[in-house]
Design a protein around this ligand. Structure first.
Ligand code: NAD
Length: 262
């Protein structure tokens, strides 16, 4: 079988467990022939993420801590990647966080405090800029950066509140990075996948999340959201030659839900 990412090297952020979207995409990239380098966030996830990725992607899989709230940690992680490979072809950004505070993931939007707003935008959107800056020098043969977003960035989904604003910023960062990095001698493409609801750790933080699946079943043209395998296939397309002229885009993987007005 043809392996569209044979010989390519990918950096994967955002694996927390086997339900993570990053894990689904990493599986697809691995099956497509890529060698992968992973991050984990902090001591709490260290052992379980290292165990999970070594079990699925090989005992010698490189894994390093990354807390995108810290410039030092980002620098350290990018330095680690440079010790593992002299070339990177793909970067996956699958990181988002909004602190629990008034109005952030439920309640009144008007209640969102300044510190929570800053922290969410920093971790969920600024981190894409910081990681692109750190990893892009290794993309010497060009590359593909993919981030994960959600439709609440464009239309109101009750309770998404602060995360919706962070995703709007992330999507805008994607377009500006696409312009900036696409003009390099070895062009780097930057895209978002806008996934429909997936049952993950992060998603559980959004009030009323589980009832969203029912809405997708009732209203989406395909009567469902998306699977990890489908998100993996889409990210593989974006990273492969098939996506060679696609950049700055936000591609929906949501069973068509976003086209509906009623
Ligand atoms: P997840 O909980 O499995 O992954 C979120 C990841 O973000 C975790 O691995 C966590 O460690 C990481 N993270 C949070 N703060 C961090 C920090 N300071 N430094 C480094 N890493 C940090 O959940 P997921 O749903 O797989 O989320 C992945 C991406 O997909 C997120 O951007 C999320 O917003 C997006 N997304 C999710 C859904 C969904 O329904 N689950 C839908 C659309 C988009």
């Amino acid at each position: 079988m043809e392996k569209p990412l044979e010989g390519k090297v990918g950096v994967v952020t955002g694996v927390a467990n086997h339900r993570s979207i990053a894990f689904g995409i990493a599986k697809a990239w691995h099956e497509a022939g890529a060698k992968l380098i992973f991050s984990y966030q902090g001591e709490r996830l260290k052992d379980s993420v290292i165990k999970l990725v070594r079990q699925h992607f090989g005992e010698d899989t490189a894994v390093c801590e990354l807390d995108v709230a810290s410039d030092e940690s980002i620098e350290n992680f990018c330095g680690f990647v440079a010790t593992q490979t002299d070339r990177v072809d793909m970067l996956l950004h699958a990181i988002a966080f909004a602190p629990k505070a008034a109005g952030t993931l439920e309640g009144h939007f008007t209640d969102i405090p300044r510190e929570a707003f800053s922290l969410s935008l920093e971790i969920s959107a600024y981190s894409l800029i910081a990681l692109a800056r750190g990893i892009s020098p290794l993309m010497t043969a060009g590359g593909s950066i993919t981030a994960l977003t959600y439709h609440a960035s464009r239309q109101v989904v009750p309770n998404y509140n602060l995360m919706a604003v962070s995703k709007a910023a992330l999507e805008s960062c994607t377009r500006y990075l696409a312009y900036d990095l696409g003009r390099r001698e070895a062009p780097i493409r930057v895209n978002c996948i806008s996934a429909g609801p997936v049952q993950t750790l992060a998603a559980r933080g959004v009030s009323g999340f589980t009832s969203m699946f029912k809405v997708y079943e009732e209203k989406a043209p395909l009567q469902r959201s998306c699977t990890l395998e489908e998100l993996g296939a889409m990210a593989t397309y974006l990273a492969s030659d098939g996506g060679a002229c696609v950049t700055g885009q936000c591609l929906y993987a949501d069973g068509g839900y976003s086209i509906m007005a009623m």
